[in-house]
Design a binder for this molecule. Structure first.
Ligand code: ATR
Length: 279
């Protein structure tokens, strides 16, 4: 029997996850199905929808907005990185009735930058823009790569301070609002984790944060370069820019590997999805 998986969320119709997992299944020769399933919380709760999927024989699901916290609460076993993120994007239904909740977003981002961007984090000065759920999910996996330092800047400075203080690490983590980002030495890797790009807005930061060879990474993605990527190129034409499509494919690859025990290659899938997006 073909093993069944799905992504759940609201809205869900435009999710690229079914395409990505179909490409992974083809690449690795795995027999599985993967659908997008809408959970409308006005009709049924997240928990009752998930129980139904378990009863129907699904082996696991990906969870997207707005249910990552519900999935965290639903999971009976939470991985360390799910606990750090306080959010779950992957559920694994076990035969004994337990549900493992994991968060693969951070590792998806880290590996995208290391492997597809060819930028190891070790000893790098990292600047993170934003302090919301998306950023919370990436900090632990990023710290495990031993960057030289991390500065978190956010519109609401207090939120950046609170987030920075949560981690017990020897790696220096500092925080500020937009105005007070230290710019003396610039940053090797700058990650935009604000939802500002969605509204086509830039965080109002000084271009002095950029060095000639900085990587500017936007966790958002689209058919065109994001406004943040354009900003980086405009101020440092040699800078490397990446959007978050690789993170999306990367988190899917880690979920696929948890479910199937096989690690798919992301680069060809990123290229295929990008081609489809370009129409
Ligand atoms: P997500 O899960 O996408 O991170 P979130 O938890 O609501 O969603 O966080 C959104 C992030 O984007 C926050 O860092 C938010 O800044 P505040 O903490 O000050 O709210 C940031 N953000 C949203 N809209 C923004 C804008 N127009 N300009 C700059 N930052 C913005």
């Amino acid at each position: 029997m073909t093993d069944k998986y799905a992504v759940v969320g609201y809205p869900i119709a435009h999710s690229k996850s079914p395409l990505i997992h179909r490409l992974f299944a083809e690449q690795t020769g795995q027999d599985l199905s993967y659908e997008a399933i809408l959970i409308d919380s006005e009709e049924r709760s997240f928990a009752s929808a998930i129980i139904e999927l378990q009863q129907q024989g699904y082996q696991g699901v990906n969870v997207t907005l707005p249910y990552k916290l519900d999935a965290f609460e639903y999971a009976t076993i939470k991985t360390a990185r799910a606990q750090s993120a306080h959010a779950v994007n992957t559920l694994v239904f076990q035969e004994a009735g337990e549900t493992v909740g994991d968060n693969t977003d951070g590792l998806g981002l880290v590996k995208d930058i290391e492997q597809n961007g060819q930028r190891p984090f070790q000893n790098q000065r990292v600047l993170i823009l934003g302090a919301g759920g998306a950023v919370q999910g990436i900090l632990q996996p990023l710290l495990e790569r031993h960057p030289a330092s991390i500065h978190i800047a956010n519109r609401t400075a207090q939120r950046a301070h609170v987030l920075g203080q949560r981690f017990n690490t020897a790696i220096p983590i500092t925080a500020s609002g937009w105005e007070d980002i230290p710019t003396e030495s610039g940053y090797d890797i700058i990650i935009n984790g604000t939802s500002a790009s969605l509204e086509n807005k830039l965080p109002p930061i000084s271009p002095k944060v950029l060095k000639a060879d900085s990587l500017a990474y936007d966790m958002m993605y689209g058919a065109q370069p994001t406004i943040f990527m354009e900003w980086a190129k405009q101020h440092q034409s040699q800078s490397q820019v990446m959007d978050g499509l690789g993170m999306l494919v990367g988190q899917a690859a880690e979920a696929f590997s948890l479910w199937r025990g096989v690690q798919p290659e992301t680069a060809p899938v990123i290229a295929q999805v990008r081609q489809i997006m370009a129409g």
